[in-house]
Design a protein. Structure first.
Length: 617
């Protein structure tokens, strides 16, 4: 039953919010109203799932029974348990996502990112720490005024890669650096310096020197040795027909040697410049002359080259975007739309008070002073967020940077969060389809929980009652067309173990209810116990024991191929409920359900408005 429930849920919203002015009350159950729209939504949905068409009266009866169970679940507080809330709110978040984001913005993001993969950019780079915002601004202005970019990089950059590249990054392909860096660099015209780029690592500037179409990827192998003499010797053997992969395995000092020197596919920016130049300039299938890099002497064999598949590239872009700052864009875009709808704003009085206190007193002191301050900071429609609310919990700041500046920059993002939370709490009232799925899922969970308690668990919890039901209705189940063998089959991994099992059973003679437990305690490993009630031609052991079948033959690969039986005998009809457990349990739970619903109908008054019922479509 649980699997039939729609896997979505929403926040609880009062019935008054669900009811629309022109949505008449169809019925009340225990005084709680049920609207016409709610009834019609579930009826139409159920109609599409029924094999046989139901009359309105038939569905009305089922609907009332369903609602009675919902009310009983409420009375028992089943919608307030930790497990219920965990499952309910998990699904609610799933349902709410489409309403709290505008995913259309991502199509342009993906298109822009793909366009960048078609072009490589040559650039110089410098970087300062996040505590040097004024310095990076002055550096940028100096470059604009004619200062030499690389001379400034030599004096001022804190880029860890500077000792290696001296500020010249050379040709860079898309996908190598953080998206904030890449986007700014690719949008900067040739010959100009970028705007200041902020990443978690610092403030950056790049000067774009040139652009060219992307060269795609190369699949190559190489042999790396420590001297030109050895490289020349290997190259001579290759020219005379020696196998490249074999020479790589026996001579190369690179980690790729066991793979015959195979480096797989790589793109620009992944290898040192000298190696990259050779690999890209070689024709497919050719082998280079020896050349030197800072790692040693190389010989490269180029297998093939390709341009990345567009669909695969976009799929990779989407995966990357879901893990970086771009993942926030759909929610930010939706917040901007709602900002106008709800006339949202940062309240100037609160902003000034918060930032002035931080600037004058320091962050920790300001937090202590303002923790109970009720000055409005955000206004969203009729909802106000105060400074006190903003500071609970206390926002974290980087102690190396100016706290007031950090908090000021965070205000727009926090306002977006408040706007989306305001919208989130109104989804059920604002969107009928959301409201319907919410109620359906939430109440479905409640009905499952209350039915599990009152009906479905009872056969297992009340075996005496189940047995009594069987005895009272024994004739109903005495309809077997052929006899059956009833007993236990015990399987084991060795014949010696079967002998021990037989001896244990002879000595202890356990009753049927204790057979499994006692055997497992005595033989915790290497046996399996089955209780069966089967006619002929359903089990080769049963056929052999009871119905003159051939001796069972098990392949040696079957671990549990030795067996014995216990308490086996032939019966012409069921002796107890366990012999027809499935049928008895189904019938018993249906009877419990009928009795329970009768009791609910007597407990909670139901009043149907017949005039409104005639309006049902």
């Amino acid at each position: 039953m649980k699997k039939l429930i729609v896997p979505i849920a929403i926040l609880t919203v009062g019935a008054a919010l669900w009811a629309k002015p022109k949505d008449p009350v169809l019925m009340t159950i225990d005084g709680q109203p049920v609207t016409l729209s709610e009834f019609e939504y579930l009826r139409h949905k159920n109609a599409g799932q029924q094999l046989e068409e139901e009359t309105l009266e038939q569905y009305l009866d089922r609907f009332i029974d369903y609602k009675l169970k919902v009310i009983q679940a409420q009375k028992e507080g089943l919608d307030t348990t930790p497990d219920f809330k965990k499952e309910y709110y998990s699904y609610r978040r799933e349902l709410a996502q489409p309403y709290l984001q505008d995913t259309t913005v991502m199509e342009q993001v993906y298109a822009d990112a793909y366009a960048r993969t078609l072009e490589d950019v040559e650039m110089d780079h410098l970087m300062v720490s996040l505590s040097d915002r004024q310095r990076i601004d002055s550096i940028r202005q100096a470059v604009i005024n004619g200062a030499d970019f690389l001379e400034l990089a030599e004096k001022l950059t804190v880029d860890p890669s500077y000792p290696r590249n001296k500020g010249h990054y050379g040709w860079v392909r898309s996908g190598v650096y953080p998206v904030e860096f890449e986007s700014a660099a690719w949008s900067t015209p040739v010959g100009q310096v970028s705007e200041v780029i902020t990443t978690p690592y610092g403030y950056h500037l790049v000067k774009v020197l040139n652009r060219r179409p992307a060269a795609g990827e190369v699949h190559a192998s190489h042999i790396l040795v420590d001297s030109q003499e050895k490289a020349d010797s290997i190259y001579s053997m290759l020219k005379n027909g020696a196998d490249f992969a074999e020479l790589a395995q026996t001579n190369s000092t690179c980690g790729s040697a066991p793979q015959g020197g195979d480096l797989g596919w790589f793109g620009r920016g992944q290898m040192v410049p000298e190696f990259e130049t050779v690999a890209y300039e070689l024709a497919d299938g050719n082998i280079s002359e020896p050349f030197k890099t800072r790692f040693g002497w190389h010989i490269v064999k180029k297998h093939e080259s390709r341009m990345p598949d567009k669909e695969q590239t976009i799929a990779k872009i989407k995966a990357q975007a879901s893990r970086d700052e771009r993942a926030k864009l759909p929610r930010t875009a939706r917040a901007q739309q709602l900002k106008k709808e709800y006339k949202s704003r940062i309240v100037d009085e609160g902003r000034k008070k918060l930032l002035t206190s931080i600037a004058d007193s320091g962050y920790q002191a300001a937090v202590s002073m303002l923790q109970n301050d009720a000055t409005p900071l955000f206004q969203v429609a009729d909802s106000t967020v105060t400074i006190r609310d903003f500071l609970n919990p206390v926002p974290s700041v980087n102690p190396r940077l100016d706290a007031a500046t950090q908090i000021e920059k965070s205000l727009d993002g926090r306002l977006n969060t408040v706007i989306l939370a305001y919208e989130n709490n109104r989804l059920a009232n604002k969107y009928p389809e959301f409201r319907n799925i919410d109620r359906e899922y939430r109440e479905g969970l409640m009905v499952y929980a209350v039915s599990d308690e009152h009906v479905w668990q009872r056969p297992a919890k009340e075996p005496e009652a189940l047995e009594a039901y069987f005895e009272a209705n024994r004739e109903k189940y005495n309809d077997w067309s052929q006899p059956r063998w009833k007993g236990f089959i015990i399987y084991a991994t060795a014949d010696s173990l079967i002998q021990q099992v037989n001896q244990f059973l002879d000595d202890n003679k356990p009753e049927a209810a204790n057979v499994g437990k006692m055997l497992k305690e005595q033989f915790p490993k290497h046996i399996r116990i089955e209780r069966v009630v089967l006619p002929a031609k359903n089990n080769q052991i049963v056929d052999y024991i009871a119905f003159d079948g051939p001796e069972p033959k098990f392949h040696n690969s079957v671990a549990l191929r030795y067996f014995t039986t216990y308490m086996g005998h032939i019966i012409n009809g069921p002796e107890e409920a366990a012999d027809v457990r499935g049928r008895v349990t189904d019938d018993y739970t249906r009877e419990l359900e009928r009795q329970w619903v009768d009791e609910l109908r007597k407990t909670y008054p139901v009043k149907v408005n017949e005039k409104v019922l005639k309006k049902v479509k």
